[in-house]
Design a protein around this ligand. Sequence first.
Ligand code: SAH
Length: 346
Amino acid sequence: MLNLLDLGKDGMIKLVTSAGEPAYRADQLFQWTYQKAAGSIDEMTNISKVFRKRLASRVSITYPKILERHVSSDGTEKLALGLRDGIAIECVMIPEDTHWTICVSSQAGCSMGCRFCHTATMGFLRNLEVNEIISQVLIPLREFPARKIRNIVFMGMGEPLLNYDNVVKAINILTDPLGPGISRRRITVSTCGIVTRIPQLWGDTRVGLAISLNAATDEKRNLIMPVNAKYPLARLKDSLMHFPLPRRSRITLEYVLLGGVNDSMDDASKLAKLVKGLRVKVNLIPFNPWPGAPYRAPEDRSIVAFREYLLSRHIATMLRTTRGDDILAACGQLAGGWMNGKTKAC
Ligand code: SAH
């Protein structure tokens, strides 16, 4: 049986026209499914009973199950979602002043093997389906209707550009005015640097791009990010130089500061040289520890000095505040600890 949550606009048009119904029914179906987040076809009251019955024999609306909900002392929440094959994934809801940001996963596990990332220790399980990606936004919309969801970042588990087609389809559903209607300017896709996909992303989605850079020389990046052997910094920089950025926008470079590894003044100076000629802002992320991690957080004074150095070189630099680290929901901490009882439900 098809899951309506997977279909998107084209799939719904096909579904209704093949059933001999007028194409505008697809818009109704789309709106019920993705904007009103209906739980079943029966709820779609402006669609005739007869057609609803025929639909119900071919399609369903099937959501992942909420397995656990963890609430951090800073208000950040992590949901563990159970998929139909028993795999569990995580998404994180981060409260801001007036709205929420949702950090979504694009794969179960990850194949990239970044040494500082907890998700990498799970290995790669599989790509997420479209319904599994958008459910990470629709479930919070259904469960917490009072919360205004404004930003979406593809910074959860997995490498979004290795699940490219489903991520693009999910973005096109999430930004549709008849769907949740999230602004494309408020969505960011983060990649460890899959340079073969970077050039298409803007044309296919018109969303923001973030690159997990984390080191400014191939020598150092090779040590912490195996993907760099395949797509070294020169190729990555080249793909960013040619990225068709709209006026006044910038690419975000994420830089995880690992104490004693990539947080020296020499590292900062190499980073400043590397980004010359690029329209970027740098987002510094102090390393968030996880059980058994082979790295430590940087000293506060190295963070400050690193940031000051980049600012002195006129590079827009922000420090990402750590959110949700007490429930292993901060950057790089998602790894489904519930599977072996390492986290407990709130
Ligand atoms: N695979 C994509 C999406 C994941 S984004 C990517 O690499 O961009 C997750 C972000 O968290 C990345 O920028 C990564 O560099 C960062 N990160 C991973 N582990 C971390 C940790 N332990 N502490 C802080 N940041 C981490």
